[in-house]
Design a protein around this ligand. Structure first.
Ligand code: EPZ
Length: 430
C-alpha cells in the first residue's frame, strides 16, 4: 500500500498555488451532458474523482479531450442513454449528478446509488423529491436509481428542501435547466460551487437566477450551446493549506483563491491567533506564536465548512486550552479521532460534539486516512508533529488534492511518497 511519510516539526515557507474546486468540477463535468456541442472547461483539478467522472462520460459516448494539464474539452453531441456502470459510479459520490443531467437530457436516467465517504447516513431523498416535483417517476431496483419522465421532457416544479443540501440543489438545477417552464428551489444551498454550476450553465445558455441565495429559479430553455468556462479555485484545498501553516507554523502565500470564499476559515484562524492577510486573489498566512483555543461549529455556507472540520481539529489539538467542535452537517465525522489519539491528541467525542484538550506537542505515528478530509487532517497533524508520521489509505486524499506532496514539499515540508506494491484502489468518494 502506497503511503505518505512525513517528518514533522518544520515550519512552512513559500507559495502554494490552489487548483480548481473539486466539488464544482464534479458537478460541472456532468453538466456538459446537457450541452449540444463542445464545452471547454478550464482550471480542472487533476484528481482521481475528476478522472472517474470523465471516464463515466466517455462510457456514455462523450468525446473527451485533454487540451492541457488543466483544460478539457467535452463534446456530448453523440452520447447514448444507457445505464451508468456500477464499477465507476460506486467509487464516486458525485455520480448522483448523472441522474439530474441524464434525466434533463433524455428524460431517463439509470444510475447506481452513489458511494461516498463514510460520514454517517447519506440519503438522497431530497434529490428524488425534486425530480418528482418536475414530473419524474423514480424507482430504485436492480441496484439502480431508475428515473424516467413519461413524455421525455421534465416540467418545471417547486421544491422546498427539508434540509440545506448541496447535492440536491445542484442536481435539481441540472434537471431543471432543459425542463419546460419554471423550477423554484427553496431553502437551497449557497456554497460557492452552487454559484459556479449556475454560472457554467448560464454561460451555455441556461436561465438560472438566485444562485448563492436560498431561492433559486431555473427557467428551462430548449437547448444549451457549447462554450468555454473556468472553474473557481478550491476553497477547501486552500483552507487545508491555511490549517497546515497554522499547525506547523511559518509563512505561506496561498495563491489563486477567492478570499471571500475563505471568510469563515480566515475568521476562525484569526481567533486562534494565526495572522491571515487577504490580498486580491491570495491570502498570506503566518503563525509564529501559540495557537489559542476556539469553539467551531460546522454549518452550510457561509458557515464554517464541514469539509474543514478535521483539519481545524488538527490545529486545535495543539491549542492552549480546551476547544469544543460541533459537527452541524453530517451525522458523524469523527472517525479520524482514534488516529489522532495515536499521535498524542486528547479528544473526547459525544455524538456530534468533540472536546479537544490542547497538548504541547503531537508525536508522529502510523495512521490510516479513513476518508478524504480525515486524510488531509492527518497530513496537517503530521506536519506539526515531532518525528515520523506514516499515512496509509492515501487514495482517499488523492481523490481531492492535486499534487499535495509536491505542493507541500515546495514550501519546505519533509513529505514523501512511499511506493509499495499492491496499492489499494477501492476508493469511495465524497
Ligand atoms: C457535498 O456532499 C460534498 N460532496 C461534501 O464534500 C460536503 O461535505 C457536503 O456537500 C456538505 O457541504 C460533493 O460535493 C461531491 P449535502 P452532499 O447533500 O451534496 C443530508 C468532501 O469532503 N441530506 O449537502 O452529499 C445529509 O445526510 C465531501 O469533499 C439528506 O438528508 O451533501 C447531510 O446531513 C464530503 N437528504 C446534509 O443533508 C438528501 O437528499 C447535507 O448533505 C441530501 C442530503
Amino acid at each position: 500500500m502506497t503511503k505518505y511519510l512525513i517528518h514533522g516539526g518544520k515550519p512552512l515557507h513559500g507559495t502554494i498555488e490552489i487548483s480548481g474546486a473539486k466539488n464544482a468540477a464534479v458537478a460541472i463535468i456532468p453538466a456538459a451532458l446537457l450541452v449540444d456541442g463542445k464545452c471547454r472547461i478550464e482550471n480542472v483539478p487533476q484528481i482521481s474523482d475528476v478522472t472517474l467522472i470523465l471516464q463515466i462520460l466517455q462510457d456514455l459516448g462523450a468525446d473527451v479531450r485533454a487540451v492541457n494539464r488543466t483544460t478539457v474539452e467535452i463534446d456530448c453531441s453523440h452520447i447514448r442513454n444507457k445505464p451508468v456502470p456500477y464499477e465507476l459510479a460506486r467509487k464516486i459520490r458525485a455520480s448522483y449528478y448523472l441522474v439530474g443531467a441524464l434525466l434533463g437530457r433524455f428524460g431517463r436516467a439509470q444510475v447506481p446509488p452513489p458511494g461516498g465517504c463514510n460520514l454517517g447516513g447519506r440519503p438522497i431523498d431530497q434529490h428524488i423529491k425534486g425530480f418528482i416535483a418536475m414530473g419524474a417517476e423514480v424507482e430504485v431496483h436492480s441496484g439502480l436509481i431508475d428515473a424516467r419522465m413519461p413524455g421525455g421532457r421534465l416540467s418545471g416544479g417547486q421544491v422546498y428542501l427539508d434540509m440545506v443540501s448541496v447535492g440536491a440543489t445542484m442536481n435539481i438545477m441540472l434537471a431543471a435547466a432543459l425542463a419546460d417552464g419554471l423550477t423554484i428551489i427553496e431553502n437551497a444551498a449557497k456554497e460557492p460551487h452552487i454559484v459556479d454550476l449556475a454560472n457554467f450553465l448560464n454561460s451555455m445558455g441556461a436561465n438560472i437566477m438566485g444562485a448563492g441565495t436560498d431561492v433559486i429559479k431555473v427557467r428551462g430553455v430548449k437547448s444549451l450551446r457549447g462554450g468555454s468556462y473556468s472553474i473557481i479555485p478550491d476553497q477547501i484545498e486552500a483552507g487545508t493549506y491555511m490549517a497546515a501553516v497554522a499547525a506547523a507554523g511559518g509563512e505561506v502565500l496561498i495563491q489563486n483563491v477567492i478570499p471571500k470564499h475563505l471568510d469563515s476559515i480566515t475568521a476562525k484562524l484569526l481567533e486562534m491567533g494565526v495572522d491571515v492577510e487577504e490580498l486580491d486573489d491570495a491570502v498570506l498566512v503566518r503563525r509564529t506564536g501559540p495557537i489559542s483555543r476556539a469553539n467551531v461549529k460546522t454549518m452550510p455556507y457561509p458557515g464554517f465548512p464541514t469539509d474543514m472540520q478535521p483539519q481545524i481539529a488538527a490545529c486545535l489539538c495543539l491549542a492552549r486550552g480546551t476547544s469544543v467542535l460541533t459537527e452541524g452537517v453530517w451525522e458523524s465525522r469523527y472517525r479520524y479521532v482514534d488516529e489522532f489519539r495515536r499521535m498524542g491528541a486528547k479528544i473526547q467525542v459525544d455524538g456530534k460534539v468533540a472536546v479537544i484538550e490542547g497538548v504541547e506537542q503531537l508525536t508522529g505515528a502510523p495512521v490510516h486516512a479513513c476518508d478524504l478530509r480525515a486524510g488531509a487532517a492527518m497530513i496537517v497533524a503530521g506536519l506539526a508533529a515531532r518525528g515520523d508520521t506514516e499515512i496509509g489509505g492515501i487514495y482517499h486524499i488523492e481523490r481531492g488534492y492535486e499534487n499535495i506532496v509536491e505542493k507541500l514539499s515546495s514550501v519546505g515540508a519533509d513529505i514523501q511518497i512511499l511506493y509499495q506494491p499492491d496499492d489499494e484502489t477501492q476508493s469511495q468518494a465524497g
